[in-house]
Ligand binder design. Sequence first.
Ligand SMILES: Cc1cc2nc3c(=O)[nH]c(=O)nc-3n(C[C@H](O)[C@H](O)[C@H](O)COP(=O)(O)OP(=O)(O)OC[C@H]3O[C@@H](n4cnc5c(N)ncnc54)[C@H](O)[C@@H]3O)c2cc1C
Length: 362
Amino acid sequence: MPQRPSICVIGAGLTGLVAARKLARNGFRVLVVEQHSTAGGTLSSMRIGHEYLELIPHHLRKNDRNMISLFKELGLFDDISWFDSYWYGRAGRKKLGYPERGFHTLISALTQEITDGGGIIYYGYTALDISLVCNEDKDTYQITCVLADCTSVLIDCDDVLFTGSCRNLAHITHSLDLPTDYRDSLMDVTYRANMTLLLVTKSPFTGCFSRPFDEDHYPFQRLIQHSNLVGERKYGGHILYLSGSFQTTHPMWTQSDSEVFKAYFKSLQKINPTILRSDIKTWRLTRTRYALPISSPETSISTPLPGLYICSLAMISDSASAAEYRMDSCVSMANDIADQIRSNRFPVRPLSSVANIDYICS
Ligand SMILES: Cc1cc2nc3c(=O)[nH]c(=O)nc-3n(C[C@H](O)[C@H](O)[C@H](O)COP(=O)(O)OP(=O)(O)OC[C@H]3O[C@@H](n4cnc5c(N)ncnc54)[C@H](O)[C@@H]3O)c2cc1C
């Protein structure tokens, strides 16, 4: 019996996990490599009090059709509650959805299905190089991963799906024979970084759910009082997020976490001078280097090499706004690329040719 084709999925964010799950279900031997010690990427969570909570605020909308289908497929749809949101200066027009136990359950269910389907997820594996190995019978890919202790591991596979930033793909494919203009188009995609400060406070900072701030006067552009939407739960306090989007040339990007905390807190005091440092029970700063693509590739960035695939935020659309770089679009892209990979490896024979063969045999 021929061996199942193998695929290495680089990145265990939502896109990588959704694609890996589908590929495992479609008969691939799946290996996922993730540079961090947990899955989820931008949607990662940590334990706050007795709950899991996202490090960066995430909520669903009613028209997130692909996300809602995913929750249904995983048997988690009943976990989603829909809330009225109160925005600063205006009532929220749309209900926002949030899972009963946070998005952590979605990420866990995806990783569980991948491993149940025979897939393996390697954490703490940073893909540093992708090369092509030419064998007598077929060409395969080899991924060099570096681990936390600086040792390296080689992974051999038939196909590769990369789900990180376009720039990172350009950096790790120097061993491959990619056309220069293709590599340039990957490097031309620019991104804004994000620094989100998660605060657990003794009392709510504001009565609304979300409030925007002007980039010229504040280091963050959005305040989200998550516990005003979903309630206090068992977080052990009120949850406030301050989300700032930056060019990496901004001096704050290179400051230490405590310096960024101080700058964000100073601005909070400007908004409401009654808040004290002692009102904050705990805080955590999360930096995302490639948070938001701000330019789209001029040409298609589908890779020109057979068996090497990319599924990256920047591919969402030429005219995408920040609102479109949502989880829903990632799930849709991940499902499409998994279908494409499957049909390249297992082409369906046209019915007419099947009929002809039957005729010849009889
Ligand atoms: C501030 C902010 C708020 C948001 N709020 C919402 C929201 O409310 N609703 C919504 O629908 N969407 C929201 N989004 C968007 C949503 O987070 C993303 O669309 C989605 O999480 C992207 O998933 P991804 O898997 O494509 O990318 P990522 O989450 O970035 O995952 C990529 C993964 O690949 C790994 N990786 C990269 N390179 C390598 C390598 N060389 N080797 C190994 N691993 C590698 C990374 O570590 C990461 O885990 C928000 C985004 C931001 C930045």
